[in-house]
Design a binder for this molecule. Structure first.
Ligand SMILES: Nc1ncnc2c1ncn2[C@@H]1O[C@H](COP(=O)(O)OP(=O)(O)O)[C@@H](O)[C@H]1O
Ligand SMILES: Nc1ccn([C@@H]2O[C@H](COP(=O)(O)OP(=O)(O)O)[C@@H](O)[C@H]2O)c(=O)n1
Length: 208
């Protein structure tokens, strides 16, 4: 069983993906971390984020098990990740790794931007998780402040909107809802309510 979860930044897709994987005893891959890991490596080497040859080389040596979320979740790495994510050759390399992860038993939950459209077009269930930009910015600001990062609501909102535009308008694998994905708008839902809504959709789909 494969569950594909896509959506914009800070919509809650990662939180849902982790809980759903736990609930159905599936593996979980946060595919955003793969783009973040490549961006972080380029930044650390002082290389331009548009250097596709080096980005591909980094991706070829990427070990999914060694990606450190606590380091990679930094706000500026998210911005850099969306810049490398426009590179088609890099995407091919990362999608290869993501597909191999999804193929392993007993199945997986993957979250990202193009899971339902490109990585797992035949997923058992597809969710497109969204929320109003203001709700997402509020969540991300609280998350960053909770980790002691310096964050203002206004600048986080501006950054998220800019990233949404870049992710939705790029020519390769743009962020978009797959035709057969279920829309889950979590603007007015807390985490528990969103999780229950997702489980309802998944169970209904599995029951046919
Ligand atoms: N429905 C929700 N209501 C309130 N906060 C939420 C909700 N879903 C997620 N969060 C919080 O918002 C932040 C971003 O969630 P996350 O799952 O990391 O989003 P994404 O993976 O889409 O970027 C986290 O701090 C998370 O705990
Ligand atoms: N499947 C994916 C996952 C992430 N990405 C890119 O990677 C960036 C960071 O993704 P993320 O999921 O870690 O970001 P958040 O939604 O957690 O803020 C996104 O803005 C996208 O540009 C992508 O292009 N395709």
């Amino acid at each position: 069983m494969i569950i594909a979860i896509d959506g914009p930044a800070a919509s809650g897709k990662g939180t849902l993906a982790r809980r759903i994987a736990d609930h159905y005893k599936l593996n979980h891959l946060d595919t955003g971390l793969t783009y973040r890991a490549v961006a972080a490596a380029l930044l650390a080497q002082g290389m331009p984020l548009g250097d596709e040859a080096i980005a591909i080389e980094v991706a070829r040596h990427l070990d999914l098990a060694k990606m450190d979320k606590s380091v990679l979740s930094a706000h500026e790495i998210g911005e850099a990740a969306s810049r490398v994510a426009v590179l088609g050759g890099l995407r091919e390399e990362l999608v290869r790794l993501q597909k191999a992860f999804a193929a392993k038993a007993p199945g997986a939950v993957l979250d990202g931007r193009d899971i339902g459209t490109v990585v797992c077009p035949d997923a058992t269930v597809k969710l497109f998780v969204t929320a109003a930009p203001e709700a997402r910015a509020k969540r991300r600001t609280a998350e960053m402040q909770g980790k002691g990062e310096d964050a203002s609501y206004a600048s986080v909102l501006e950054d998220l909107k800019r990233r949404d535009v870049r992710d939705s308008s790029r020519s390769v694998a743009p962020l978009k809802q797959a035709a057969d994905a279920h829309l889950l708008d979590t603007t007015e839902m807390d985490i528990e309510t969103a999780f229950q809504a997702a489980v309802d959709i998944i169970d209904r789909t599995l029951a046919g």
